[in-house]
Write a protein that binds this ligand. Structure first.
Ligand code: TYM
Length: 386
């Protein structure tokens, strides 16, 4: 019998059996030698690679091979702007920036204001569109280089994508869509069409550069269903199959679920006042025991602790200190209150600094937009008119 995945684009559990997920999705776990090859090409290491926050892939080896041969390569990732950005969203973007800097790659970034409008009953397209612009500030605060970062906003820039989308759409049946995304008879047809656009974007670099361009997509494993279809149809459309490198999901701060906009109290937003962010950490669920005595006696479980995962995935650069924290939690030497207080102060500092950078970027937003840098590919009618 076919297994169902506990993770998909519109929902996910918090503590997932990621090995099982890789098997269900048919991706490949990142091996030590693959990590080494990427580190060699990048000329350095990243905590998210060493700790396997980025932990599985498809054809990363093919991509690196092409890169080393000098074939044109680029990056692609995106965001569904349904609100403010939280720490889970920015996690893959930190790693994307590292790839951009280290490999000197151009990044194509999709803001799917249409997707979020179709998906969320309460959201108007004008709001998701406004969030698209707000979320660009987060990309700028991360330090993505606007000269090498090209953002498309679906509801405004569709003319870039539509010529690809019409061909992609013809390759995908409703039965594939239903089986891949779990659509039902009551799903609105906007959402049923939407995957075509997310898939089409992985072929846009080849069109814009007018040459075969290999694309690597660093993104959460929840986005994987799109790429399975993209890879299936790419050869018949004359594009290279896009490669992926998948990250695990940062858990929310509540008892269950990934960090998600649908549960705002369990997510830390980049726009939360620093003190609010810190308080969310203080109130977080942990893998600790219910009392100090029991914690001292039995120790906690960092593997199922949202606070420990924040250290591991984002807030502790030093591997030795992370290991010490892990062991001290296990043996009961470290109490949850102390562990949270330290994280709260790191989060407070991080938010203050990040928000300064966000505000400083307000007049640079346009520089990131693809439309300000790439001409629309010429079409027949326009040729006739020239
Ligand atoms: P969205 O806005 O849901 O998520 C944006 C990115 O954040 C990742 N993500 C997480 N990563 C770690 N921990 C979490 N708790 C967490 N929650 C979300 C997602 O995997 C994603 O990488 N449909 C997409 C928009 C999109 C896109 C793309 C994303 C269009 N093209 C290409 C990735 C790559 C969406 O709604 O993402």
């Amino acid at each position: 019998m076919e297994e169902t995945a506990p993770v998909g684009p519109w929902e996910a559990e918090a503590f997932v059996d990621y090995d099982r997920l890789v098997k269900i999705f048919g991706a490949r776990p990142l091996t030590e030698s693959e990590v080494k090859s990427l580190e060699k090409v990048a000329g350095g290491s990243h905590i998210m690679l060493r700790r396997r926050v980025f932990y599985s892939h498809r054809d990363l080896d093919v991509y690196l091979n092409m890169y080393e041969k000098g074939v044109r390569c680029s990056l692609y990732t995106g965001r569904g702007p349904s609100g403010s950005t939280h720490l889970g969203h920015i996690l893959p973007w930190f790693f994307t920036k590292w790839l951009q800097d280290r490999l000197g790659l151009e990044l194509f970034f999709q803001m799917t204001d249409d997707e979020k409008f179709w998906h969320d009953e309460r959201l108007d397209i004008s709001e998701s569109n406004r969030y698209a612009y707000e979320n660009i500030l987060d990309l700028a605060a991360i330090g993505l280089d606007y000269r090498k970062t090209h953002i498309i906003i679906d509801s405004e820039d569709i003319a870039y994508l539509y010529p690809i989308a019409v061909r992609v759409a013809k390759k995908i049946t409703f039965s594939t869509q239903r089986a891949t995304f779990g659509f039902t008879d009551s799903t609105n047809i906007g959402l049923i069409f939407y995957p075509v656009l997310q898939i089409s974007m992985s072929f846009l670099p080849s069109e814009l550069y007018k040459e075969e361009t290999y694309v690597l997509i660093p993104a959460g494993i929840d986005q994987d269903p799109y790429w399975r279809i993209a890879r299936d149809i790419a050869p018949s459309l004359g594009y290279p199959k896009p490669s992926q490198i998948h990250n695990k999901l940062l858990p929310g701060l509540g008892p269950e679920g990934k960090m998600s906009s649908s549960k705002p109290e369990t997510a830390i937003y980049t726009t939360d006042p620093p003190e609010v962010g810190a308080q969310k950490i203080i109130r977080a669920y942990t893998g600790g025991q219910p009392t100090v005595e029991l914690q001292r006696k039995l120790g906690g479980n960092p593997d199922r602790c949202s606070v420990y995962k924040m250290y591991e995935m984002l807030f502790e650069e030093d591997d030795a200190k992370l290991l010490e924290r892990y062991q001290n939690c296990r043996t009961g030497a470290l109490l949850c209150g102390d562990c949270k207080a330290e994280l709260a102060s790191r989060v407070r500092r991080f938010l203050a600094d990040f928000q300064r950078k966000r505000e400083a970027a307000r007049d640079k937003v346009e520089l990131y937009l693809l439309r300000t840098k790439f001409e629309l590919p010429k079409r027949n009618v326009r040729k006739l008119l020239q």
